[in-house]
Design a protein around this ligand. Structure first.
Ligand SMILES: Cc1cc2nc3c(=O)[nH]c(=O)nc-3n(C[C@H](O)[C@H](O)[C@H](O)COP(=O)(O)OP(=O)(O)OC[C@H]3O[C@@H](n4cnc5c(N)ncnc54)[C@H](O)[C@@H]3O)c2cc1C
Length: 386
């Protein structure tokens, strides 16, 4: 007799774990998470910078963040595990009038959706938060104090642990190699541990999502794109607590993690592909932007062994793909987060579990994220891409 499950989740990262949690929370516990690695989080999740923010440009991203950040603020109560949510804020520093216009317009959208904490701030206020910054070209910015950071592994572990306490099963070291379909309906998955019979599959395979979708004959425009994080040695000259600073002139951003500083930067020259090697060339490039914004970074050592690279799962409009696959009944996509999968994991779990159990999600309307938007030419435009 093959193993059976009401729902099979392919991928045990933060997204698969959140979907499992929300399903279990609503009483759907005959769920199996299948993860090919020997432990969870070895995909993109453990590579994340852990940033969470509601300062986005599109309604759907703002709504997903408001839902998720509220959940992070009571994560421990919900899961029994800490997400280590630190509401240190995100600070966008503008160097052009066009940046300010863009931030103002976004702020209006954020306010209209109930995010009351975000505000425009002056250059003087920015310098007060990070006095070591070079500010001669900064003309203002925006700040939201409820944005901040979480521990990505903590979030994943909290979701997965609580789901498993409710009866969800987790298979590690198990690869899904195929998806069985009968008359356009999911019938099961093939794994190197045997077949599993199910009528519902959630694709939570991160950067590998399009490979998994293809197993069911579904085209999914999700591509892996390398992103690298540089971690410095102990930094004493910056404040003990300050927000994630986004330098809008270059996209360079940094935050404190314990004694060290984490730095990131979207390198336009990076090309798509399954690449996870850290490069010295990137370290050189990012440090140029770092020193340009905070001159004292020139004297702060970086140990390449503490830096890392991972992959974003990117879609053509930099928005997630969430919802049922149009061509295969019983297949659900939770993919393509384009750099926001940790921060949007609570909203995603809620939406997918509601769609599976109730056929709709009343808390968050994710129809703008359906995969059909690409064929219909209804792409979303999120310009606040980090
Ligand atoms: C450098 C970097 C910085 C980032 N910073 C942030 C940030 O600040 N904030 C934020 O919100 N997000 C950030 N992200 C993005 C975030 O990490 C991802 O969006 C998120 O982790 C995606 O989670 P996931 O569970 O979908 O994917 P993953 O964590 O990759 O999990 C997918 C899992 O599926 C498994 N899998 C794949 N194929 C199969 C198969 N055939 N069979 C079985 N298992 C399979 C993989 O082994 C993997 O464990 C960052 C990403 C990177 C790389």
């Amino acid at each position: 007799m093959p193993e059976t499950a009401d729902v099979v989740i392919i991928g045990g990262g933060v997204v698969g774990s959140s979907v499992a949690y929300y399903l279990a929370n609503q009483g759907c516990t005959n769920v199996l998470i299948i993860e090919r690695e020997e432990r969870q989080g070895l995909g993109s999740t453990s590579k994340s910078m852990g940033g969470v923010r509601a300062q986005f440009a599109t309604e759907i991203n703002i709504q997903m963040s408001i839902y998720s950040i509220d959940f992070f603020s009571r994560f421990e109560e919900a899961t029994g595990h800490t997400a280590d949510y630190r509401a240190h804020g995100y600070l966008f520093a503008a160097t052009k009038e066009s940046h300010l216009k863009y931030l103002r317009e976004n702020l209006e959208k954020q306010r209209a959706l109930g995010l009351n904490d975000a505000e425009m701030i002056s250059c003087e206020e920015i310098v007060k938060m990070i006095p070591q910054m070079r500010s001669d070209d900064i003309i203002g910015g925006s700040f939201c104090p409820t944005d901040g950071f979480v521990d990505p592994n903590g979030v994943m572990t909290g979701f997965a642990k609580r789901a498993r306490e409710c009866g969800v099963r987790l298979w590690l070291n198990t690869e899904v190699a195929g998806i069985n379909i009968e008359n356009g309906q999911i019938a099961g998955v093939k794994t190197d541990r045997g077949d599993v019979s199910t009528r519902t599959v959630v694709n939570a395979a991160g950067p590998w999502a399009s490979i998994v979708a293809k197993m069911a004959g579904q085209e999914l425009p999700v591509s892996p794109l390398r992103r690298q994080i540089v971690k410095t040695q102990r930094c004493d000259f910056l404040p003990a607590k300050f927000p994630m600073l986004i330098d809008m002139s270059s996209g360079f951003h940094f935050r404190r993690e314990g004694e060290a500083i984490l730095m990131a930067w979207p390198d336009d020259e990076e090309t798509y592909g399954f690449k996870t090697a850290l490069t010295h060339e990137f370290i050189e490039k990012i440090l140029m932007h770092a020193v340009n914004r905070v001159p004292q970074f020139a004297d702060l050592p970086v140990n390449p062994h503490q830096c890392w690279a991972g992959m974003y799962e990117v879609t053509p409009d930099h928005h997630a793909i969430i919802g049922p696959a149009p061509e295969v009944r019983g297949l659900y996509c939770a993919n393509g987060f384009s750099g926001h999968g940790v921060m949007h994991s609570p909203a995603t779990g809620r939406i997918i579990s509601d769609l599976i159990i109730h056929g709709r999600c009343e808390v968050l309307d994710a129809t703008p994220l359906r995969v059909e938007r690409f064929a219909e030419g209804k792409l979303l435009e999120e310009t606040a891409v980090l």
